[in-house]
Design a binder for this molecule. Structure first.
Ligand code: RB5
Length: 149
């Protein structure tokens, strides 16, 4: 299950990503927003990222104007590693190296075709593990307030 959410600036791009998820045969839960009324992105980031953190969804995709607000909000949820991507190379590498579990996109930054390509790449790329697992474990330790030497 993929969690998806957007704010008022990104309704059209959310539709594009939902279309992609349908084509890829991936079930999703849409955490809103559902209308063009102005809304607060942290609320929707928290709903979708919370579902990922609780294990109700395997991954999440968040979209706002720049993708920045959504990514900042998502990364404040324990267990979330959210990557804001504007091109497919970063989308691939953040899955391979960071095991990112949430992708953020900026609807006012990139176009729909690029967003589609980024999301597809991100969804299809597995985590590489190995030395990268150690680094992901260090991210979790940081989150828990452990000191880094
Ligand atoms: C909304 O105007 C805008 O601030 C929001 O979509 C996002 O870009 C915030 O980071």
């Amino acid at each position: 299950m993929i969690a998806i959410a957007c704010d008022h600036s990104a309704l059209d791009m959310k539709k594009v990503i939902i279309e992609l998820l349908d084509q890829m045969g991936l079930p999703y839960h849409d955490y809103g927003t559902y209308t063009a009324d102005s809304c607060d992105y942290p609320v929707f980031a928290a709903r979708a990222a919370g579902a990922v953190a609780r294990g109700e969804c395997e991954k999440g995709i968040l979209i706002c104007g720049t993708g920045i607000g959504m990514s900042i909000a998502a990364n404040k949820v324990d267990g979330i590693r959210c990557a804001l991507c504007s091109e497919p190379y970063s989308a691939k590498l953040t899955r391979m190296h960071n095991d990112s579990n949430v992708l953020a996109l900026g609807a006012r930054v990139i176009g729909p075709e690029l967003a589609r390509m980024i999301a597809q790449t991100w969804l299809e790329t597995p985590f590489e593990g190995g030395r990268h697992q150690r680094r992901v474990d260090l991210l979790t330790a940081l989150e828990k307030g452990e000191k880094m030497e």
